[in-house]
Each structure stands twice: as structure tokens, then as C-alpha cells.
Ligand binder design. Structure first.
Ligand SMILES: [Zn+2]
Length: 322
């Protein structure tokens, strides 16, 4: 049965963009979209003036979450919110979808029935004062050289790598590193460290461990995708601006070896095809404020679910490092 409109009015079922010019709705949409990341949003807005990005990019970020409309799928009894999304990799609100799509791709690519052993590998560079963009390029060049070395070619058939950047507030230095999920036979850690030193000429810090549960490993890898050091950089707008510009256009996911040939079904999201509009999110929030228990119940449900969340892919597993 079609759920009753929790706004209690017929006007909220009017065209979905009807609320976009309403300043009150805009404030409500923004507060909802960034309800757990307002501090990060303000830090990013503060940093964007140093980043030299096109005004359209900033506008997209400022309007991320606007025109929010709630939909219901009768066949699955799921709810979802559709709204404008900036899609920026540093946007804390857009990260869930990006990570989840990555995790879904990995789950399909690393077939669950594949008995080939997996390894989780982390490679780091020695900290230095070079601009972040140059450090990321150096890291990726070193990883490419590593993949050409005999030690790697003999043991590793393919995999996926994610670049992560952290910031050390004490030293004011960037720490880019690569996390890799690889189909690989046993590699002695000291051999990998020695080979990594020979390609970086400065760093021998590596970590390699066998993966016991590939679902956990994929979730763990996805955690690093677009994980911006926003908390550490909240009071450092210029460093945050450097992060934003360094990552703009940079390829942060690297498929290599036999994983470059893997094709996965484009329709792997299991997205229901019967979404029906319920009402604008802002109208539902206002109805809840006015005491509608139905609207409040719906908001609680929407708040609990993170659409496309990777954790829902493997509901029987606890989230833990491999
Ligand atoms: Zn966004």
C-alpha cells in the first residue's frame, strides 16, 4: 500500500523542485545533509577561497543536499532521499555513495568464491616537505616501479589500490600512502620492504598481511577512499585548500594486473525500480516539528539508514580490519 503522505498536505506532492527557492527549506536541507558533518562543511567552505576552484565547483558544494525529496519503494519497503549531490571527493556527505559503489565493484570483481589468496598491503613514503601533489605523484610512480619488479610479478596477479592522504598536525607534514588488496601468494615482509626501498630510495615502511575475510578487507579498503583529513585540517584552511587542489583530477584508485581486465555487471546495485515520491524532505521535517508522529517515524528511519552503505553489503560480518 502507498504510505500516507507524512506531511499531511497534498501540496508537498507537487513538483519535486518546488522547494528550491525557499530559504527555509534550503536551511533545513543543508542541516539534514550535513547533520553529522557541519564542522567539516564549514572548514571546507573556509578553505575553498584559497583553493582557486571555479565558482561552479563551490556552488555545487554549497547546494549539495538541496531539492531533497523522499521516495518509497513498495516492493522492498525501502525509503530513500534524492537530492542535488556535488559529487566532490572531499565532500563528507557524498563519500558514502562513492565508497559504497567502490565496495560493490570490488565485491563483484573479487569473486567471493575465488579461492585465490588475498593480501592487504600498505606502502608508505618517508615524510617530506614537497607539495602534496608531487608527493602523490612520487608515490604512484614508486608503486608502478614496484609492480615491474620480479618479486611483485612472481607473487601478485592483480588487485586494487587506494591512495590515502593523512596530515600530521605536529610536524605540519603530509603522509600519502597506498592501501592495496591484491591476489597474491606469500611475500616475505622484509623482501617487500627491501624492494620498496629500492624503488623509493627513501622508505622501507610496508605492511603486508593475509586476508581472512575478503568482505571485511573490501570494506576496510573502501574506508580509505576519499577519506579526507578534515578533522585535523579544520583550523588550517590553506593546508586544506592544498589537499582539495592536489586531489582534484588525481586518480586515487588504481586497478592493476588481471584486475584491469575484470568487467562487472553495470547493474550490480539491486536498486528497486518502483520508487514513488512521498514528499519533500523539508516539508516532512517541518511536519515532524509540528508534532506529526508519522513524519517523525519516517525521519528516524531515514536517519538510521545510510543509503548505499557498504556495511549493508555484508550484514553478517562485523566491521573490523582484516
Ligand atoms: Zn556533496
Amino acid at each position: 500500500m502507498q504510505p500516507r503522505n507524512p506531511c499531511g498536505t497534498s501540496t508537498s506532492l507537487d513538483p519535486q523542485r518546488a522547494s528550491e527557492e525557499n530559504p527555509q527549506y534550503q536551511r533545513i536541507n543543508e542541516a539534514w545533509r550535513f547533520r553529522r558533518t557541519q564542522r567539516e562543511r564549514h572548514a571546507l567552505l573556509n578553505a575553498l577561497r584559497f583553493a582557486g576552484l571555479a565558482p561552479a565547483v563551490e556552488h555545487r558544494f554549497r547546494t549539495c543536499g538541496q531539492d531533497a525529496y523522499v521516495y518509497h519503494s513498495p516492493s522492498t519497503d525501502q525509503y530513500r532521499i534524492r537530492s542535488l549531490q556535488c559529487g566532490q571527493r572531499w565532500c563528507p556527505a557524498c563519500q558514502h555513495k562513492r565508497r559504497s559503489e567502490f565496495a560493490r565493484w570490488c565485491l563483484a570483481a573479487f569473486d567471493r568464491d575465488d579461492r585465490h589468496p588475498l593480501k592487504f598491503i600498505t606502502l608508505t613514503l618517508r615524510s617530506c616537505k614537497l607539495p602534496l601533489a608531487e608527493q602523490i605523484n612520487r608515490l604512484k610512480r614508486a608503486f608502478r616501479k614496484l609492480r615491474a619488479r620480479a618479486l611483485w610479478r612472481k607473487a601478485v596477479s592483480g588487485g586494487v589500490a587506494v591512495v590515502e592522504v593523512t596530515w600530521n598536525a605536529e610536524t605540519g607534514a603530509w603522509h600519502p600512502h597506498i592501501h592495496i588488496l591484491a591476489r597474491a601468494d606469500y611475500i616475505p615482509q622484509h623482501n617487500l620492504a627491501r624492494t620498496w626501498l629500492s624503488v623509493t630510495l627513501s622508505s622501507r615502511i610496508v605492511d603486508i598481511r593475509a586476508v581472512r575475510d575478503r568482505c571485511d578487507a573490501i570494506k576496510y579498503l573502501g574506508k580509505y577512499l576519499g577519506k579526507a583529513p578534515l578533522a585535523q585540517l579544520a583550523d588550517q584552511p590553506q593546508a586544506l585548500a592544498e589537499y582539495i587542489t592536489a586531489l582534484r583530477g588525481a586518480r586515487l584508485v588504481i586497478r592493476f594486473g588481471d584486475m584491469t581486465k575484470v568487467e562487472v555487471d553495470a547493474d550490480i546495485t539491486d536498486d528497486p525500480h518502483d520508487w514513488q515520491p512521498i514528499g519533500s524532505l523539508a516539508a516532512i521535517i517541518l511536519a515532524a516539528r509540528d508534532g506529526s508522529t508519522e513524519a517523525l517515524k519516517l525521519l528516524n528511519r531515514l536517519d538510521r539508514q545510510i543509503p548505499w552503505d557498504a556495511d549493508s553489503l555484508c550484514p553478517d560480518q562485523d566491521y573490523a580490519p582484516p
